[in-house]
Design a protein around this ligand. Structure first.
Ligand code: PLP
Length: 437
């Protein structure tokens, strides 16, 4: 599979170049230049196929010779000690739980694959450095996935404030490969530094700089695999249309679902579940996008004003606007409804949802009740993207249950010190990196 920029069809690059360089020189973001039909590889898979097996089977044809079956199998095994979990609740709903990874959020899936595939692709090469901006939990996921990867250093840029959840014994001075650096500034300053470093050729080439932020298409693409996984597990039971309900913040997860559809997964559509930050809903229906002020809600990962995947989604819509409008159903869920559905799902199915999964569940509930889909035997797979223990307070408040925190998630709250504290400038970053490696 080759990649092109969202802003130009002229230049195409390999998967390896797209994930190691991350940003097209022409501007924009990398997206697949053409899409593969993978049906022959997954359509007839056994319902008891394990997740790493599915990944190892579809990745080689998808990456067309850039990853041979042996490499793909190694990548899948080393990335996925955890699996998605699919539970059919009744005729209408299934739950796809994506929070069984090390940090309890679905982002672990894309990041784990990216780390393993980078290690594989850099095997006989020089070193690489993954430079990522983070506010917190994504940083822990990145540190976890990249720890002890051969030939790779992982540098994390944090804005002012406490840094939590990292293990100092994994840091470079202690013989590890993780470099946490605190930037005197905001998260946007950190993100700007990542982009500047990638664009600064001498710097980027000296260290082999790429990123594990969502800019990197190597994080987005593997998220399509769990949609295929849900499909093969459920296909025998499906009597009618299949839909997925996805809680949307930066819209990466939704885009990954659209890739799965492009790979040939038979699906009627996707519910784009949003909280009060729903400025993107109009765009999904064909209107111009007007960003709005961020509103704080009980589902904080969805509190986004301008989704970072805007350009990628725009390129889908430009290719086939009518198809997209027929396949993506926006729904806005307020906090009261979110907390209400958490209680309802607990009482009805004995399942605790985190508020993000609850937004998706409430949206699914609403769309299923609407007249245009209630005909036939439609079935919705709701994506539970976060572990309920991560939002224990809201979950408790909504359901009256006491939530126990698994040890691996308890660690996420522990503070650590950075290796360096810098001004928000590229030369300060260069200096900090040079002095610790
Ligand atoms: C990041 C996140 C989301 C939003 O996913 P996007 O790909 O940004 O749309 C939803 N739920 C949880 C728990 C998250 O951490």
């Amino acid at each position: 599979m080759q990649f092109k920029s969202t802003q130009s069809n002229k230049v195409v690059v390999s998967f390896k170049d797209a994930i190691l360089r991350c940003l097209p020189q022409e501007g924009g973001l990398y997206v697949p230049a053409s899409v593969m039909d993978l049906r022959q590889f997954f359509l007839y898979m056994d319902t008891d196929t394990a997740y790493p097996e599915l990944v190892a089977t579809v990745a080689p044809p998808l990456l067309q010779g850039e990853l041979n079956p042996f490499s793909a199998s190694r990548v899948a095994q080393s990335a996925f000690a955890f699996e998605p979990e699919i539970q059919q609740l009744d005729e209408r709903f299934s739950l796809l739980s994506l929070y069984k990874g090390p940090t309890g959020i679905f982002k672990d899936f894309g990041i784990a694959f990216l780390a393993a595939v980078m290690e594989e692709l850099l095997k006989n090469n020089s070193r690489g450095m993954v430079l990522s901006a983070t506010r917190g939990d994504t940083g822990v996921s990145i540190a976890h996935a990249f720890y002890q990867r051969q030939n790779i250093l992982s540098c994390l840029l944090y804005p002012s404030g406490p840094i939590r959840g990292l293990d100092p014994s994994t840091f470079v001075p202690q013989g590890g490969n993780i470099i946490p650096i605190q930037v005197r500034g905001t998260f946007d300053d950190c993100q700007r530094l990542v982009i500047e470093a990638i664009k600064d050729k001498p710097f980027a080439e000296r260290y082999g700089i790429s990123t594990a932020n969502a800019l990197n298409p190597g994080r987005l693409l593997p998220q399509a695999f769990y949609y295929l996984y849900a499909f093969i597990k459920l296909k025998k039971q499906l009597k009618g249309d299949l839909l997925f309900s996805v809680p949307c913040g930066n819209f990466g997860n939704l885009i990954a679902g659209l890739y799965a559809w492009k790979f040939g997964m038979p699906v009627r559509g996707f519910i784009a579940a949003m909280n009060a930050n729903n400025a993107f809903g109009g765009f999904l229906k064909g209107e111009a996008f007007k960003p709005q002020q961020v509103i704080s809600t009980v589902s904080p990962a969805l509190d986004v004003s301008v989704p970072s995947n805007y350009e990628r989604l725009l390129s889908f819509y430009e290719e086939a606007p009518a198809v997209m409008r027929n396949m993506v159903f926006p729904a806005t869920i307020d906090d009261r409804t979110t907390l209400g559905i958490m209680d309802k799902v607990w009482k009805q199915y004995g399942i605790l949802l985190d508020p993000h999964g609850a937004v998706a569940f409430a949206a699914a509930d609403r769309i299923m009740a609407s007249h245009d889909l209630s005909s036939g035997d439609a079935h919705v797979v709701v994506l539970a993207t976060g572990h309920p223990a991560r939002e224990a307070e809201s979950v408790s408040k909504a359901t009256g249950q006491t939530i126990s925190i698994p040890p691996r998630l308890g660690i996420l709250r522990k503070k650590t010190d950075p290796i360096a504290l810098i001004k928000p400038h590229l030369d300060a970053l260069e200096g900090a990196i040079a002095s610790c490696i």
